[in-house]
Write a new protein. Structure first.
Ligand SMILES: *[C@@H]1O[C@H](CO)[C@@H](O)[C@H](O)[C@H]1NC(C)=O
Ligand SMILES: *[C@@H]1O[C@H](CO)[C@@H](O)[C@H](O)[C@H]1NC(C)=O
Length: 193
């Protein structure tokens, strides 16, 4: 048994049912606590509507997407419907649907991201200007351990480097290790529309 699997088994043994979904999806767990992050003040969910191309993200086993990934956000009754499409490791087109909604009474402005095939995640929109870039960060805490997700999404397939840098800088200020970001390759023939 690998170290990661051993850690998952250990966590399940300690926490019981609560972490079964995480164990099933083999999230990368790390030693350490979640940093204290907050959503950008006065987030306007409606202005997040539209197409977002995934530019860089933390590697994770939950998402099938490897290349050519984008999410369409549609505002409905106080939350965002999310439809993500991309190509998996076999270069086959895959789509996943879900919702992103603000959690009630969250002092940090946390949102909940509920996507097919992923555990429900607490997510913070740490920065967005709505028109060029959005950075989402998620962290789940277990005794002594954490699991992190992060995405930098842009309105265009090839965003200006400075635009992506705004997200990296913001996350570094929040004490998140931005060195973990990996590029999501986008090709000129990724999308037909
Ligand atoms: C986050 O804030 C809480 C309360 O302000 C504090 O107890 C905790 O140590 C902080 N965590 C980190 C990782 O800084
Ligand atoms: C990619 O998706 C196809 C269709 O769902 C599936 O058959 C294939 O196993 C997937 N490839 C990987 C590496 O997951």
């Amino acid at each position: 048994m690998g170290v990661a699997a051993a850690v998952v088994v250990l966590v399940v043994a300690v926490l019981g049912v609560a972490t079964v979904s995480l164990a099933e999806t083999s999230t990368l767990l790390e030693v350490g606590a979640c940093p204290n992050v907050t959503t950008q003040p006065n987030l306007d969910q409606q202005k997040l509507e539209g197409q977002w191309y995934h530019i860089i993200r933390f590697p994770t086993n939950e998402e099938p997407f490897v290349t050519c990934t984008r999410s369409a956000y549609t505002y409905t009754d106080g939350y965002l419907e999310v439809k993500t499409e991309g190509r998996n490791a076999s270069d086959v087109g895959v789509t996943r649907s879900g919702v992103l909604g603000q959690m009630p009474d969250s002092p940090s402005g946390a949102l909940q991201l509920d996507m097919d095939g992923m555990p429900p995640l607490r997510v913070w929109v740490v920065y967005t200007d709505y028109t060029s870039v959005a950075c989402l960060y998620s962290c789940s805490q277990f005794p002594g351990l954490r699991a992190e997700w992060a995405w930098v999404m842009s309105r265009t397939v090839r965003p200006n480097v400075k635009v992506v840098m705004r997200c990296r800088t913001k996350l570094r200020q929040l004490k998140v290790n931005a060195a973990k970001f990996k590029r999501v390759p986008q090709r000129s023939n990724c999308y037909t529309n």
